[in-house]
Every structure is written in structure tokens, then in C-alpha cells.
Design a protein around this ligand. Structure first.
Ligand code: PMP
Length: 371
């Protein structure tokens, strides 16, 4: 199998599976219990919080969650305040942000949606034009899961400092964390979302970084775990396995490997003029526009060859992908003929080339029938 849908999810590291098993079967104690074995588990969780803080290059709190969807919900609903506050999002957000924004809107809050530029980044001028002293929260993504575009967080922070220095900045970092080298303190980020299964950790676990915990309100009520911000017994095996995956992710080395994979892949694709490539800023994600052919048809034909590609965000409906591509100016035909390729460093150059060749071959075969 050649798996090219790593933006949807990644295979867990075997070492992370071992860690998971250890904390499921041997060190299975509830971290909130009082005996030493349990206290040691609570200490292990603290170690993972520090691993995350180190990787982010930040000081603050880390709240463990069930994944990025929950982290995004907590960041946004937890920042919500009554009164005439305004909330700012972009049209390019993942549904776990976009649909929360829509919910805020339906509750009567003032919500602004910033459009996207042709390159997939948010429209910074429009951002500047909507921010004001009533802005409570700006929430956008670091790397787009649809296009690989990287938002200029420096610029977003600069605009925020100019127009609304007190507004909170939440960044959905799911497709950036571990994959890019950065330091979130450079951008004065208040809230940052990560998800375990995008960097070879387990599914159903994630975290929310919070710079200043007093800026957040509790949205889940219960036993008071996670400082009261996320009640419920922590998913210890998954958190520990996520910590392992972060520690074993070599960001720099993997980045340059993925760049070479992308180049080898695209060299094959570029041999066919009718296929347009959409290269975001992150080498991990590439879009292909297979003119005149339905992306879903190509995806199925590739599946028959044991090559798996995405046709948009897997955890959303196709509608969400359409929304994002539509807002960067794609027409309906372009949206229909789009597929998403997302890489991982342990792919070989030969596999990347082979996949590129196969896509061209299958595309031409289908094109002959539909033209
Ligand atoms: N945000 C982005 C940018 C994503 O790509 C995803 C996963 N597709 C999510 C949020 C949701 O992540 P999770 O599956 O952990 O809820």
C-alpha cells in the first residue's frame, strides 16, 4: 500500500503502541487517585505536558482533550464572553472551528468570516478591516488541511496588536505541530490546538495550549480533572503514546525528507500538462486538479492499485472541502476534479515516483473515456 492521506490520519509508531499498551495494562491507575502508583501516573502526564510546551517553545498550561475537535470547541466556547464582543474566523477553517463559529452566530454573537486569498492564506487586509476594540477572539489555522497554505502568524499578531491588543489569538495547529519548526511565543499565541493522530500518535487524543488560564472558562463540568477545564478521567494510555510520538518526531529531518518526496512525486505529475498542481507552503500537502475528470473516480481507481489519496478533509463532509476551495476561487468543476496528496517521511522516493506515475496513467485512461 502507498498511503498518501496523512493529513487525514497517520499510522501510529510501534513504540507509541508499546507505550499505549503499558499504560493500558500495567500502569493503568487513575491519575486522580491518592496512592503512589496513581501519583506517579499524574507525574507522567506532567511530563507529557512539558514535552508539548517544549515543542511549542512556550510557557503556559496544557489541557488534554479527546482531540483537536474538542480543543477547538474548548478554545472558542471557553473564550466566549457575554456582552457585545465580536469573534473572527476565516472561511478556510476546519469544521471543528467553522461550525463552532456558525453556532456562535446562531446564538446572536457578532461573528466575522475572513475570506481567503488565491494562495489559500487568509485575507490579511480584510482581517485588519474587521478587527476593533470589541474583538474578543481571532481563531484561525496555522496550516490549511485542504491546501497546505501557511498563514502568516507574525502578520496576524501584528494586526491584532495594532487593532485589538486585548483580543485572544487561537490557532488550530493540527497540520503544523511537529511538522514545522516554530516557536509560538514569537506570535504571542494565546491558545493552540494539537491532535495526536496527525504525527503518528493515537486517535482520540489531543491538547489545548493556554497561555493565560484565566482567559478561559470551563465548558465541561464534572470531577474537576485538568484543572477543572476538562473533567473526566484522562485518557492516560493515549496521552502517554502521544508524548512518545512527539519525542520521536524529528521535525527538521522529516521536513527535508518530505520536501524531496514531494519533488519526486511532482516531477512525475508535471509530465502531464492537463494536471494542475496546487502547492501550498507546507510540503506535507499538495493538491492536484485533474482537469475534466472527477477526483472521486481517480481516488477509487487508485484504491484498486492500493494507493490511497484524499479528496478533501476526511473528518468533514465534502462540503467543507468545497467551502475552502470555493473561497480561494475554484469553480465547481475544479472542486470536483481535485484530490489531496499528503505525505509522511517514511515513504520512499520510489513510492512517491510510482504514485505520481500511476496517477498520470490512470488520469489519461479515464480522460480518454470522458473527453
Ligand atoms: N483541525 C484541522 C486543521 C484538522 O486537519 C483536523 C483533522 N482533520 C481537525 C482540526 C480535527 O482533528 P481531530 O480528528 O483530532 O478532532
Amino acid at each position: 500500500m502507498i498511503y498518501l492521506d496523512n493529513a487525514a490520519t497517520t499510522k501510529m509508531l510501534e513504540g507509541a503502541v508499546d507505550v499505549y499498551a503499558k499504560y493500558a495494562c500495567q500502569s493503568f491507575f487513575n491519575p486522580s487517585a491518592g496512592y503512589n502508583k496513581a501519583i506517579n501516573i499524574a507525574k507522567d502526564l506532567e511530563r507529557v505536558r512539558n514535552i508539548i510546551l517544549n515543542k511549542l517553545g512556550a510557557k503556559g498550561d496544557v489541557i488534554f482533550t479527546s482531540g483537536a475537535t474538542e480543543s477547538n470547541n474548548l478554545a472558542i466556547f471557553g473564550s466566549k464572553r457575554n456582552g457585545k464582543w465580536e469573534y473572527v474566523f476565516s472561511e478556510g477553517e476546519h469544521p471543528s472551528v467553522y461550525n463552532v463559529a456558525k453556532e456562535l452566530e446562531s446564538q446572536g454573537f457578532i461573528v466575522h468570516f475572513i475570506g481567503l486569498r488565491k494562495d489559500g492564506q487568509i485575507d490579511y487586509e480584510q482581517l485588519e478591516s474587521v478587527l476593533n476594540e470589541k474583538t474578543r477572539l481571532i481563531s484561525t489555522m496555522h496550516v490549511s488541511n485542504e491546501t497546505g497554505a501557511i498563514n502568516d502568524l507574525h502578520l496576524i499578531d501584528k494586526i491584532r496588536q495594532k487593532k485589538c491588543p486585548k483580543a485572544l489569538l487561537h490557532i488550530d495547529g493540527v497540520q503544523a505541530f511537529c511538522k514545522l519548526e516554530y516557536n509560538i511565543t514569537d506570535y504571542n499565541i494565546d491558545l493552540y490546538t494539537i491532535s495526536g493522530h496527525k504525527f503518528c500518535g493515537p486517535k482520540g487524543v489531543g491538547a489545548l495550549f493556554v497561555k493565560n488560564i484565566s482567559s478561559l472558562k470551563n465548558t465541561v463540568f464534572g470531577g474537576g480533572q485538568e484543572g477543572g477545564y476538562r473533567s473526566g478521567t484522562e485518557n492516560v494510555p493515549a496521552i502517554m503514546a502521544m508524548g512518545y510520538a512527539i519525542e520521536h518526531y524529528n521535525t527538521k529531518e522529516n521536513y527535508s525528507k518530505v520536501e524531496s518526496l514531494k519533488e519526486a512525486f511532482l516531477a512525475e505529475i508535471r509530465k502531464e500538462d492537463k494536471i494542475d498542481t496546487i502547492e501550498g507552503d507546507s510540503p506535507y500537502i499538495v493538491g492536484l486538479n485533474l482537469k475534466g475528470v472527477n477526483g472521486e473516480t481517480i481516488m477509487r481507481a487508485l484504491q484498486d492499485e492500493d494507493i490511497l489519496v484524499g479528496i478533501g478533509s476526511a473528518c468533514s463532509t465534502k462540503k467543507a472541502g468545497n467551502r475552502v476551495l470555493n473561497s480561494i476561487g475554484y469553480n465547481l468543476n475544479e472542486i470536483k476534479s481535485h484530490i489531496r496528496i499528503s505525505f509522511i517521511a517514511d515513504l520512499t522516493i520510489d513510492e512517491a515516483k510510482f504514485a505520481g506515475k500511476k496517477i498520470v496513467e490512470i488520469y489519461n485512461r479515464i480522460w480518454e473515456n470522458v473527453k
